[in-house]
Each structure stands twice: as structure tokens, then as C-alpha cells.
Write a protein that binds this ligand. Sequence first.
Ligand SMILES: [Zn+2]
Length: 256
Amino acid sequence: MTTKSQRIQQLVEEGQTFFSAPHEYQYLFVCARTLWRRERRLSRRKNTDRWPALRSVKATNTKGKPIDFGVQIQKALRDHLAQLQKNRCCYCRRWLQNIAYARPVEHVLSRDEYPRFSLHYWNLAAACHDCNHRKSSHPWGTWHKHGYPSPRCIKDFFHPRFHDYDAHIRYVRVETNTISVAVYLGLSPQGRQLCRDLLGFISKVDALVHNNPRMSNAITKIQGYGGKNENRVATQRVDEFLDALNGAVYRLALKR
Ligand SMILES: [Zn+2]
């Protein structure tokens, strides 16, 4: 098990790895770092959510052609976080699919409640769509001070960048050709909070979708289509459709 100071050291090194190459094009690495720092400073000072502002930044490539600079920085971050997590969701540990829609960047302390942490590197993780969506509508921890909490301060909720998953949650996932069942068990107060507020719900969603092969295949196909067309109107329509479909599944999962 890693100690808290080792974990901090690890987080610092992980941040250095990302900020050494926060963009697809090498000639834009420095610009991407500068832009991130500027936006993070703004978000902290003015207590505003700068995640959308970062996303909308444009630049030009070496041939003078416009590129979605901010989108590409966020994509590089998503790839980096997914790699750190061995391509599994930070909460439910299911595999992440290789498309933006299915593996959004998760803000552990939410952007709505804690806009000043919207670009804090420690606050970011890669989650599956189900966990990210469910968590966004659920209260998650409390923190009243201005600066970002350190690992030792977080006792009432699970923080995927700070906590060692295996020390807090044990899970069993059984998958056959036709069924999928997952059971999660909290081993600590933080693990029990995660099971109570999120993972119990995820088990139900999983069972509803994955035990219905036709629905499961259709969703995989639709998500694949969305992934090929990132940033286009078609993707937006696909996202809207998937949101509506997920909404129906969630309503079913919430029925007792
Ligand atoms: Zn998940």
C-alpha cells in the first residue's frame, strides 16, 4: 500500500508527465501548457468553471489551417488519464471505450459546486459515461476551503486520484455469453459511500443493459458512430439520442 506522501509524489510525477506533452502536435506543447496555466489561474481566482472556455480555444496548424486546440488538449488529457487507470473507469472499473462520449473526463469535486477546481489536475479522472452522468446529479463530498484538499483531508467520500481502489472497494464481476452481474463491497467509510451513492446503481444499469443483448449491441454500434464524428452536428444528435436512452434505462434502474 502506498503512503499519503508517496501518493502525492506520484500525483506530481503524473502531472509532470502530462504537462510535458499536453497536445498531439509537438510544436504546440508549450502553448498548451501556457494556456492550461492561464485558464487554471482564472478559474481559481474568479471561482469560475473554465473547462468549457478551454475547450473552445482555437489555433492554427503549421499550414495555417484552423484546429480545435482546446478540444485536442482535453483529448490528450483523457488519453493520459485512461492510460494511468489501465483503461478502466475510476469508479466502477469497467473497461473504458475508446471514444469521447463513453469516457468523459470526470471532475471529482464537481464543476457546478467547485468551479475553482475545474482545471485542477488532481481533480480529474477518466470515468465511464454511466458513472459520470449519475454522479453529476448526486451530491458528492464537501470542502469549504479555497485550496484543493490533500489526500489526508478526504474522509467522507471516495476520491479516485487519492485513494487506493483495492483498499476501499472489493468487487466481483461475472460475465458469460449472455449475462453480466457485478457486486461491489465497500471496505472503508469512503468505499461504502461509493457503493451507496454510485456503484449499487451501476450494478442495476449494467444488468439492465448488458443482460439484454439487442440493446447492448445497438448501444455499442451507436457509440461507435458517435466516436468517428467527434465535434460534428451528427455527434451531437447521437449524444442526444444516447442521453435520452440512458435516461430511460436510469429511470428503470431507480425503480424499486
Ligand atoms: Zn464507471
